[in-house]
Design a protein around this ligand. Structure first.
Ligand SMILES: Cc1cc2nc3c(=O)[nH]c(=O)nc-3n(C[C@H](O)[C@H](O)[C@H](O)COP(=O)(O)OP(=O)(O)OC[C@H]3O[C@@H](n4cnc5c(N)ncnc54)[C@H](O)[C@@H]3O)c2cc1C
Ligand code: SF4
Length: 451
């Protein structure tokens, strides 16, 4: 049975969370959006469109804002990117569309593409209009999608537009994957992610929540459906594997972020250490500051030049008041019942770039909460044992796909998003899901002929 109605009542954001995580980039009002849209040069062969993984016709949607055709603008966005609303809030545009804007060549501010995109999408949501697409005529074919993250949602939308049934199975009680549970609340509030998916579900996607697909179920789904799409994302955060890492007061960034976004975590203790230096670590550190920690240290084995977080995210976290401890490695966590201190040792880089602990350089950082953000595991083990899915090829834990169609080495299985690219951005997962939806439809047509 479908659970589509489960998320139809939007979960109101906890007032405490709403107050602490206001919009990082406030929306445009009508006048500002009109002024900004008129700055666009409407380039032919627009580099912003090329730089967008979903290839939204950026000049096209901006021109429609300039002429007051907001519904047409939203349609142009959605035609290329069915999660255009969440992407307008979550995309790291500095390294995508806005980074490619020709205005940079003239030493001018790039066009604020994401804020304009949000303006058009917000207008559509506020108008109460339905998604401007209808499901295609029924083909009698069906596809099971594992995971309700951006990759599966984008794939499901393409399938439904082609008259193919899309049935999504999701472990969690709500859809959206990391869009709902991971992206920082000051970028994409949980409630906005749900609002967007609710509109999308108008295409007739079937959702089954609280349903973890295990090996046996995957075998069953393969038998029951014409194809299977794997949009399972990445797995749990790695453990540290040092003394004390099971103490109360040690958590991981995914649980921590999902906890505050859903209103289950409203405050943190005074002193927090975040271990890692990627974008997830930054998000956790910033959130800890906003939830009341007076001292938040990010702890990393190398220097700032090696951190995997975007440079603009690093700058942002400094403004949030996060402090950094470089070239140190945790060697233990001290505490009786709960965490009291993080034990660290300084590291030096050898000629071959390996890291060597410096004897006698141990130090102790008093902390009340330790948040691990040292990378996520993959789901390769689960898939490698699931019946004929075991034939799916992996490379370094990532599912290998044909990038044009999303097809894996097992013809009936397709995949996209973080489980295939090792963890990138929402817009990459949407682009993958879209390609796979089109790829599945084309493959089914070859297998069964046009319906
Ligand atoms: C903390 C954090 C912050 C981020 N912030 C940003 C950001 O600001 N901007 C940006 O563009 N990107 C951001 N990203 C990256 C972005 O969220 C991901 O790239 C994107 O969500 C990947 O989509 P996906 O569909 O591949 O996977 P996911 O979003 O991870 O969705 C996978 C879904 O599959 C479900 N699932 C897994 N296994 C099973 C199973 N066996 N049975 C049923 N369901 C299953 C999971 O519960 C999950 O809901 C962030 C990532 C993290 C971790
Ligand atoms: S989806 Fe993201 S990358 Fe693409 S145009 Fe919109 S904001 Fe830019």
């Amino acid at each position: 049975m479908s659970d589509s109605a489960v998320f139809s009542k939007h979960r109101p954001t906890h007032p405490e969370i709403a107050a602490r995580f206001p919009d990082l980039h406030p929306p445009f009002d009508k006048q500002s959006a009109t002024v900004e849209s008129n700055r666009c040069l409407y380039c032919f062969d627009a580099p912003c469109t090329t730089a967008c993984p979903t290839h939204i016709d950026v000049p096209g949607f901006i021109k429609k804002i300039a002429s007051g055709n907001l519904a047409g603008s939203a349609r142009t966005i959605l035609d290329a990117n069915i999660l255009g609303a969440s992407c307008s809030r979550a995309c790291p545009v500095q390294v995508l569309c806005e980074g490619a804007c020709v205005m940079h060549r003239y030493n001018k501010q790039p066009i604020q593409i994401a804020r304009l995109q949000r303006f058009a999408m917000d207008a559509l949501h506020q108008s109460g209009a339905a998604l401007p697409f209808a499901p295609g005529p029924d083909t009698g074919r069906s596809v099971a999608l594992i995971g309700a993250g951006p990759a599966s949602l984008a794939c499901a939308a393409e399938l439904r537009r082609r008259g193919i049934r899309a049935i999504i199975y999701e472990t969690r009680p709500l859809p959206g994957g990391l869009n709902t549970y991971g992206v920082a609340e000051y970028k994409l509030p949980l409630v906005e992610s749900l609002r967007e998916i609710e509109m999308l579900s108008g295409l007739g996607i079937d959702f089954h929540f609280n349903e973890r697909v295990d090996r046996e179920m995957l075998v069953h789904l393969e038998r029951e459906h014409d194809a299977v799409f794997l949009g399972v994302g990445l797995g749990a955060i790695h453990q540290l594997g040092i003394a004390g890492d099971q103490l109360a007061g040690v958590t991981n960034a995914l649980d921590f972020i999902a906890g505050y976004k859903s209103g289950a975590i409203l405050t943190v203790p005074q002193r927090v250490a975040v271990i890692g230096a990627g974008n997830t670590a930054i998000d956790a550190a910033n959130a800890a500051r906003r939830l009341g920690a007076t001292s938040v240290h990010m702890v990393y084995r190398r220097g700032p030049e090696k951190m995997s977080a975007f440079a603009f995210e690093y700058e942002h976290s400094k403004q949030e008041g996060v402090q950094f401890l470089w070239h140190v490695q945790p060697i233990g966590i001290r505490g009786s019942k709960t965490v009291e201190a993080l034990n660290l040792i300084q590291l030096a880089a050898a000629v071959d770039d390996s890291l060597i602990p410096l004897p006698g350089s141990e130090l102790e950082l008093p902390v009340d909460l330790v948040i691990l953000a040292i990378g996520q595991a993959t789901h390769s083990a689960f898939l490698a044992e699931a019946g004929s899915a075991a034939k799916i090829a992996f490379d370094g834990g990532r599912i290998v796909i044909d990038r044009a169609t999303g097809q894996t080495s097992h013809p009936k299985f397709f995949a996209g998003g973080d489980c295939t690219n090792g963890g990138r951005e929402v817009v990459d997962a949407v682009a993958d899901g879209k390609r796979a939806g089109i790829g599945i439809a084309a493959w089914l047509e070859v297998q069964h002929g046009r319906q």
